[in-house]
Write a protein that binds this ligand. Structure first.
Ligand SMILES: [Zn+2]
Length: 155
């Protein structure tokens, strides 16, 4: 269970140790994989961190517009346009969207929680509905993104 202290620190013990930070195959560096199989709809992880006003590289946006930092795992989740997990930022839960097997890389859609990204980036997730350039949900592609998208071959 979690409790929020007056200073904004949330004191929670991870309820399971079933996630692991790992090196991904892609160019994105670190990711998170599950060490146990999860069924669709199951909570894969409950997280904690430090909540404050600042948007940083590994923070995630809370429903009230603040940002949670220093999470053990979720700041390292990789993006996919067809993710296998979603974050419930109100309940501090990572929820499986489909069945996952032990060893699977867990992914989320960054635009699902973030109004604005710390850094927009090109996506090579391979999903049929890949957006190719990832932004927050309230922002359009920056100049680099517009140039990148304009340079993509027509589909
Ligand atoms: Zn994608």
């Amino acid at each position: 269970m979690s409790s929020i202290t007056p200073k904004g620190f949330i004191e929670v013990v991870d309820e399971d140790g079933a996630l692991e930070i790992c090196q991904t195959d892609g160019p994105y560096g670190l990711g998170v994989r599950t060490l146990t199989a999860r069924a669709a709809g199951e909570v894969a992880h409950r997280f904690t961190g430090v909540i404050g006003p600042e948007l940083k590289q590994h923070t995630l946006q809370m429903p009230d517009g603040q940002h949670i930092a220093e999470t053990r795992f979720i700041g390292f989740l990789s993006h996919s346009c067809d993710p296998d997990c979603r974050l419930d930022m109100g309940r501090f839960e990572l929820v499986a969207l489909r069945d996952t097997a032990a060893g699977d890389l867990l992914t989320i859609d960054y635009a699902a929680s973030e109004d604005v990204l710390f850094r927009q980036f090109a996506c090579h997730c391979g999903a049929a509905a890949c957006r190719h350039w990832i932004t927050g949900r309230l922002e359009g592609p920056n100049a680099e993104g517009q140039a990148y998208l304009a340079g993509l071959p027509p589909t």
